[in-house]
Design a protein around this ligand. Structure first.
Ligand code: TMP
Length: 214
């Protein structure tokens, strides 16, 4: 049986890493074979694109350049890892996917909805995650946490207003799509984890009910 694709999304400092660990443990306990990916990255070529897109270049990086690099990395990952894993029956837990581009490049950078839709259609051809957990954090809080981890990369240096636009787009898109679940990352860690577990367990239950009635 084909596997499922679960994605964790959020601004810098939202706490994606620990939530990804939790989801992987939950899936393993449910007997699933699990693969983890990250975007941009996850294949040798996509990791090279990640370095390139995060680098603080001594020239203007056009919004379209950033957008195209994100999608180039995404197609490499989809072709080489995500689709083969799902076909083999594994469940894939993704650290970011298309929603990041919709929020950061579409919301933060202000790339038009028309362009965002066109590139997503060309690159992904309708492919989308089965479940997305969006960890919602106030950008000021998230950036402070990220700063505590070390120097900020080119995207992280974009400024508070950029991240406020990005967050707003995440929330707008989540409202329009039932497969995107919003979890507040501004609670204490045990409460965040409980809320994530509730969503994942609910999804697993719905899946096994569907399988049983098929
Ligand atoms: P992270 O995986 O360590 O959070 O770093 C990825 C950075 O790239 C982060 O600042 C978000 C940004 N990003 C985009 O702007 N658009 C995208 O489509 C993706 C996947 C990431």
């Amino acid at each position: 049986m084909r596997g499922k694709f679960i994605v964790v999304e959020g601004l810098e400092g939202a706490g994606k890493s620990s939530v990804i660990g939790l989801i992987k443990d939950t899936l393993h306990a449910a007997g699933k074979q699990v693969e983890q990916t990250r975007e941009p990255g996850g294949t040798p070529m996509a990791e090279a694109i990640r370095e390139c897109v995060k680098h603080d270049w001594d020239e203007k990086v056009a919004e379209e350049t950033e957008l195209l690099l994100m999608y180039a990395a995404r197609v490499q990952l989809l072709t080489n890892r995500i689709l083969p894993a799902l076909e083999s029956g594994a469940w894939v837990v993704g650290d970011r996917h298309d929603l990041s581009s919709q929020a950061y490049q579409g919301g933060g950078r202000g790339v038009s909805t028309k362009t965002m839709r066109a590139i997503s259609d060309i690159a992904l051809n309708g492919f989308k995650p089965d479940l997305t957990i969006y960890l919602d954090v106030d950008p000021a809080v998230g950036l402070e946490r990220a700063r505590g981890r070390g120097e900020l990369d080119r995207i992280e240096q974009a400024g508070l207003a950029f991240f406020e636009r990005t967050r707003e787009r995440y929330l707008t898109l989540a409202e329009q799509d039932d497969s995107i679940k919003v979890v507040s990352a501004m609670q204490d860690m045990p409460s965040v984890h409980k809320a994530v577990l509730d969503e994942v367990n609910q999804y697993l239950k719905a899946q096994s009910n569907q399988e049983a009635s098929a």
